[in-house]
Structure formats: structure tokens, C-alpha cells
Design a protein around this ligand. Structure first.
Ligand SMILES: Cc1ncc(COP(=O)(O)O)c(C=O)c1O
Length: 330
């Protein structure tokens, strides 16, 4: 089977497992795990922020970050198919008391005028106040689309004028960085906080980070523990993340090439495939998924008429070529 369902399905490489086995560890709730600390400092530095906090999941990283920017009863604005809106199971409301309003954009980005029209200032006891704007980059359900740095800089300007914060859900920001050459620090400069994942394209088994100010990360550490996310000798996992940062960032370009190969095979315009995700419109997505499976390729239906293919570390060029010929035949 060639598995194109998600880039979360990767298995740690032998070299990554060796790095994990060698990791120096301590109790991270006591702040004594040197490998976790090294990872947090490295990721904070990459984005030009003061600090970072290791979390088990990207969802928890987003919940901590947004919850720090938006107090209960205030709102975050985001695109309607953003992961925080669709796929975090209402955590921002259920856990943090955050409300949400959304805009719709075909490639998961934004129209600045639309965002401007949504931002609600403090109107005392009459309207919900906008406290933050969240942007997902790359955008998962929009097919791994990149939100350009110029657009993000313009959004930063708008946020500054309006006195609201910006959060970047950068679960796959590494892909955007490799696809565009935009320095990670440039993404960091437009955001009050970021969430980044090691467990997607980078191939680590577990792990994400929230990135932000030292003060925000101190509070995030408290909230992470409150939610049951304080972990102990977790340097074993942080070591996988450090290894992934050393070895698996630049190679994301291979995933992007393989995604374009798949796109061409199924008649999707490869120019619209920015990174490692291909979205195909099909009248019967579940039927397509079943037929692909019979032919040896696992793909997923992310809507009744939407099929998704994702390339990753465990899909070689030969796998991608084979999958392309199978999918072209469907
Ligand atoms: C854009 C985006 N943000 C956040 C997440 C959440 O990550 P996790 O599955 O680690 O909670 C995902 C997961 O796929 C995602 O695609």
C-alpha cells in the first residue's frame, strides 16, 4: 500500500530512533529536561521570538496560543475551513471560552478588506470584541496552499492599527518556508504567537511547539500543565524533533515535487499545488477512495466530493510515480 492519506502517518527513521535513544533527559515539569529546553530555544530562535513551549499536539499548541491572546467572551477571526475552526472539536470555545467568526477564502488566505470589515473594536456591553486574527500557513483543507509573506505583513499592519493580535497556525509552516524561500524569522515577525508541528511533514512521531514572548510562554506552561499536558522525561520526543529540524526540512521540496506529479496525473493544475497536499474534486469521493484502496493506494475523502492526497517522508519518488499511474487510471 502507498499511503497518501496524511503526512502524520510517517514512521520514525532509524536515524531518528537512534537520536531518540541517545537523548539526555530529565523531568520537564521541573524544567530539567535539557533536550526539551534545547528544542524550545532552537525553535524560538528560528522564529525570532523569546521562547517556545513543547506540546504533545498542534491542537494543544493552538489552544494555548489562542487562549493567551483572547480572553473568555472575546473572539478570534479566522478562515472558515481553518483547522482551529473545523478540526479542533470546539476546543477554543469549550476549553478557553473563545468565540470565533470566520471569513471564506478559496485558498485559505484572506482578503484584507473582508478581514478589516470583520474586526470589531471594544464596544463595551454591546458587541463581542475581536482580540486576535488567526491565519493557517500552509492551509491544510485548502490543499496545502501558502499564504504569502507580503499578505501576512499587510495583515500585521491591519492588526496593529486595530490593536488586535495575530496568531499563525504553522503546523506546516516549514513547507511554506521551503516552497517560497521565506525565512522563518519573517513569519515570526508578523505573529504574536505561532504553533508549529514536528509530527507532520518533518516526520517526528509526536510534538509541536507554541512560540511567543517569554511572559506568554510562562503562562502557557501553567496552562499546559492544567490541561494535563505536562510531560516528564520527554526529551526522548524532543530529540526526534531536533533530528527532524536537522534532517527533514530541506527535503520537503521532494514532497512538493511528488505532490505536483500526482496532481498532473489526476488532472489537477500543478500550479495550484504549492506544497505537499493535492485536493481533487470528484463526484463520489468515498467511491474514489475505495477504488484507490483496491488498487493499492490509500487516499482520504475530506468531504463528500473532495479527495486529498498528501506526500511525505515515507513516499519515495518511485512510490509517487506508481501512485500517479494508479490514480491516473481511476
Ligand atoms: C493546520 C493544522 N493545524 C493544527 C493541527 C493539529 O495538529 P495535531 O493533530 O497534532 O493536534 C493540524 C493537524 O493536522 C493541522 O493540519
Amino acid at each position: 500500500m502507498i499511503d497518501l492519506r496524511s503526512d502524520t502517518l510517517t514512521k520514525p527513521t532509524e536515524a531518528m530512533r537512534a537520536a531518540m535513544a541517545r537523548a539526555e533527559v530529565g523531568d520537564d515539569v521541573y524544567g530539567e529536561d535539557p533536550t526539551v529546553r534545547a528544542l524550545e530555544e532552537r525553535v524560538a530562535g528560528l522564529f525570532g521570538h523569546e521562547d517556545a513551549l513543547f506540546t504533545p499536539t498542534g491542537s494543544l499548541a493552538n489552544v494555548l496560543a489562542v487562549g493567551l491572546l483572547v480572553v473568555p467572551g472575546q473572539e478570534v477571526l479566522c478562515e472558515a475551513s481553518a483547522h482551529i475552526a473545523r478540526a479542533e472539536l470546539g476546543a477554543h470555545g469549550a476549553v478557553s471560552g473563545v468565540t470565533m467568526r470566520t471569513w471564506i477564502h478559496p485558498t485559505g488566505g484572506f482578503d484584507l478588506d473582508v478581514v478589516r470589515s470583520l474586526v470589531a473594536p471594544d464596544m463595551g456591553p454591546f458587541f463581542v470584541r475581536t482580540a486576535a486574527i488567526a491565519v493557517e500557513n500552509t492551509h491544510n483543507f485548502a490543499g496545502g496552499a501558502v499564504v504569502g509573506i507580503e499578505d501576512l505583513q499587510a495583515l500585521r499592519g491591519l492588526a496593529d492599527e486595530a490593536g488586535v493580535a495575530v496568531h499563525v497556525d504553522g503546523a506546516r509552516l516549514w513547507n511554506a518556508h521551503v516552497a517560497t524561500g521565506t525565512p522563518l524569522a519573517a513569519y515570526g515577525a508578523v505573529a504574536d504567537s505561532l504553533a508549529v508541528c514536528l509530527s507532520k511533514g518533518l516526520g517526528a512521531p509526536v510534538g509541536s511547539l507554541v512560540v511567543g514572548s517569554a511572559e506568554a510562554m510562562t503562562e502557557a506552561r501553567v496552562r499546559r500543565k492544567r490541561l494535563g499536558g505536562g510531560m516528564r522525561q520527554v526529551g526522548i520526543l524532543a530529540a526526534a524533533g531536533l533530528h527532524a529540524l536537522d534532517q527533514h526540512v530541506e527535503r520537503l521540496a521532494d514532497d512538493h515535487d511528488r505532490a505536483r506529479l500526482l496532481a498532473e496525473a489526476v488532472g489537477v493544475d500543478p500550479a495550484g499545488v504549492h506544497t505537499n497536499i493535492v485536493v481533487l474534486d470528484h463526484d463520489d469521493a468515498p467511491g474514489y477512495v475505495a477504488r484507490a484502496r483496491e488498487a493499492g493506494v490509500l487516499v482520504s475523502a475530506v468531504g463528500p466530493r473532495t479527495v486529498r492526497f498528501v506526500t511525505h517522508l515515507d513516499v519515495s519518488r518511485a512510490d509517487a510515480e506508481k501512485a500517479a499511474s494508479v490514480l491516473a487510471g481511476l
